[in-house]
Design a protein around this ligand. Structure first.
Ligand code: SF4
Length: 498
C-alpha cells in the first residue's frame, strides 16, 4: 500500500476525548459521504460511532475521501463489513453515497442484495428528519430522526442477522419500530403502507453524549471541541426545515455542559469550542458559557448567528478568539420580504450589529442572501445592493456575498411555493452583478450558487421511492442525468411522517 492510500497520518492527528472500546462482534462500516474534514465536524456522526463502539459493535469509520474504501480506524477494507450505514446530512450526499456503494460493486437495489453475501445498507442523519424517501430505493432500513433511542433495537436485530436469521427476518424485526423505515416491507407500489414517526429526543439532559468524541486539526473548523447545546427551534422562518422537522426547542442544562467542559479541560488542551445549536443566541445560558470559555482561554465559534440575537459579548468572544470575519444572514435586501420570511430585523439593526463588530476589530463580513423567494420583486434585489452600499459606507467592512436560490423544502411553511428555475435565477444573478458593479469602492465579492447545483438540490429534496430507485439504476448504468422529482406525490407521502 502506498502512503496516500492509508489513513495513518489522520489517525495520528486524532485526539480521543472519549476512550472507546475496540473490537466487537458486528463488523459495521459507518460511512460519511463527504471528505474526512466535513464528516469529522458532524456531531451526529461522532455520537453514533461512540454509541456503536460502547455497545460492543466492531464499528469503523469510512469517508468518501481521501481514502474511500478503507476505514480510518484500521485501514480495513470495506468488503470485510456486513453492515454499512451512512450519515446523510444534505441532498447532495445522496448521489455520493450511491456512487460509493456502486464503486464497491454492491448492488444498489435492496432486493438485489438478498441473495449472496452482500452487506445490509442503512441510513440516518439530518436528511432523515426532512425526507427519508430520498434514499428509500436503496436502503434496507432508515433510522428516522434522533437515532439514539432506536439504535439498541437496530443493533440487536443486526446481531440476529449475523447469527443467520436471514434478510427478510431482519426486515421484519426492524419494522417493529415506528422510528425505522424499512422500504422493502413498508413501501408497496411506491407508497407507504405503515404509519411511521420521526424520532425526536425531547429531553437532552438524559444519558446522551454532549460533545465530540475526537478532535483533529484536519476537521473543517480545525481542532475544535464540538458542544451540543440545543435542538429544535422556537421560531418559524418560512423557508427553514428546523421547527417542523427537528421538533420543538429543547436545550441542555448549563451544569451538564459545564461539567463536561471541566472534565475535558482537566485532560486536554482545547483551543476552540464549536457551539452546536440551531441559533446560538437563543441558548438561554449562552452568557455563562461564553464567560466560562473565556476564563479557560478557549476560543469560540458559533454554528449560526442570528443577527437580532447577536450580543456584544458574542462579538467580543469572536474577536477575542482571533476572528477578523463574521458570517450573518440578512436573507434579503428588502425589509418587507425579510420580515415575511421570519427574519424580523431591520436594516438599521444589521448596521448597528456590524458596526459593533467593526469596533471589535472584525473587518470582514460574509452575508448570506436568498433570491427567488415568494413575493420577491426587482426592488428586493436592488435593496440587496443598497444594503451593502450602506454597510460599506458606515462600517468600512469588506463584504463577501453568498447568494443562493430559494429552494422550497419539505416540512417548511413555504414547501408549496415554486422553485424559480434557471431562466429567472440567471436574470436575477445578472441584475445583482450589474448592481454590485455600481459600488466602486470596496466592491463586494460575489459567490453565486451554481444554477445547476440549485436545480439538483431542489430535485433531490423531493425524491420519493420511485425516483430514488431510478437514480440508483442510472448510477449503476453510468448515466449522469438525475431523474426529475414529483413534488406533489412525494409531498403526500411525506405528510404521513409528520
Ligand atoms: S432560520 Fe434559524 S431562527 Fe429561523 S426557524 Fe430556522 S433555525 Fe430557527
Amino acid at each position: 500500500m502506498t502512503a496516500w492510500q492509508s489513513w495513518e497520518d489522520y489517525r495520528r492527528d486524532e485526539e480521543w476525548i472519549t476512550e472507546l472500546p475496540k473490537g466487537g462482534d458486528l463488523p459495521w462500516a459507518l460511512f460519511y459521504p463527504a471528505d474526512y474534514s466535513i464528516g469529522s465536524a458532524n456531531l451526529g456522526f461522532h455520537y453514533v460511532f461512540q454509541r456503536l463502539r460502547e455497545s460492543g459493535v466492531a464499528a469503523e469509520r469510512f469517508f468518501a475521501s481521501p481514502v474511500p474504501y478503507r476505514s480510518v480506524d484500521a485501514d480495513t477494507m470495506l468488503e470485510r463489513f456486513s453492515v454499512i450505514t451512512a450519515s446523510v446530512a444534505y441532498e447532495g450526499d445522496i448521489p455520493a453515497f450511491y456512487r460509493w456503494l456502486s464503486g464497491a460493486n454492491i448492488p444498489l437495489l435492496a432486493e438485489e442484495r438478498v441473495a449472496g453475501s452482500f452487506p445490509v445498507i442503512g441510513m440516518g442523519g439530518a436528511l432523515s428528519y426532512i425526507n427519508p424517501l430520498t434514499v428509500s430505493g436503496v436502503c434496507d432500513f432508515i433510522i428516522l430522526g434522533d437515532g439514539m433511542e432506536v439504535l439498541d433495537h437496530v443493533i440487536e436485530s443486526l446481531r440476529l442477522y449475523e447469527g443467520g436469521c436471514g434478510r427478510r427476518e431482519l426486515w421484519r424485526r426492524l419494522s417493529e419500530s415506528p422510528n425505522i423505515l424499512v422500504p422493502p416491507v413498508d413501501i408497496k407500489d411506491g407508497r407507504l403502507v405503515r404509519g411511521l414517526r420521526i424520532g425526536r429526543s425531547l429531553d437532552l439532559n438524559g444519558p446522551y453524549p454532549v460533545h465530540s468524541a475526537w478532535m483533529t486539526e484536519r476537521g473543517a473548523f480545525g481542532k475544535t471541541l464540538l458542544l451540543e447545546l440545543q435542538r429544535g427551534c422556537a421560531r418559524s422562518c418560512s423557508y427553514c426545515t428546523l421547527p417542523r422537522c427537528f421538533g420543538s426547542m429543547r436545550w441542555r442544562k448549563f451544569e451538564i455542559v459545564e461539567r463536561a467542559l471541566d472534565e475535558i479541560t482537566s485532560r486536554f488542551e482545547v483551543p476552540q469550542a464549536g457551539l452546536v445549536t440551531p441559533e446560538a443566541g437563543d441558548y438561554p445560558f449562552l452568557p455563562q458559557l461564553i464567560d466560562k470559555l473565556i476564563n479557560k482561554n478557549i476560543g469560540v465559534s458559533f454554528a449560526s448567528l442570528r443577527l437580532d440575537r447577536l450580543s456584544e459579548q458574542m462579538i467580543l468572544a469572536l474577536s477575542g478568539s482571533g476572528r477578523r470575519s463574521i458570517t450573518v444572514a440578512p436573507e434579503t435586501g428588502g425589509e418587507r420580504l425579510r420580515f415575511g420570511c421570519g427574519k424580523k430585523f431591520t436594516d438599521d439593526l444589521i448596521l448597528e450589529k456590524l458596526a459593533m463588530a467593526k469596533e471589535a476589530g472584525i473587518d470582514r463580513v460574509k452575508l448570506y442572501f436568498m433570491i427567488g423567494l415568494p413575493g420577491e420583486n426587482d426592488e428586493d434585489i436592488t435593496a440587496m445592493t443598497e444594503l451593502c452600499r450602506r454597510i460599506i459606507a458606515e462600517t468600512g467592512q469588506s463584504l463577501t456575498l453568498s447568494v443562493n436560490p430559494f429552494i422550497p423544502k419539505p416540512g417548511t411553511p413555504w414547501q408549496d411555493e415554486i422553485f424559480s428555475g434557471k431562466h429567472t435565477i440567471r436574470q436575477k444573478y445578472e441584475k445583482i452583478k450589474r448592481d454590485m458593479r455600481t459600488i466602486t469602492k470596496k466592491t463586494p465579492q460575489l459567490r453565486l450558487t451554481g444554477i445547476k447545483e440549485a436545480e439538483t438540490e431542489f430535485n433531490l429534496a423531493w425524491y420519493g421511492y420511485n425516483e430514488s430507485r431510478e437514480l440508483a439504476k442510472n448510477i449503476e448504468s453510468g448515466i449522469t442525468k438525475l431523474p426529475i422529482s414529483n413534488k406533489e406525490t412525494t409531498g403526500i407521502e411525506l405528510g404521513r411522517f409528520m
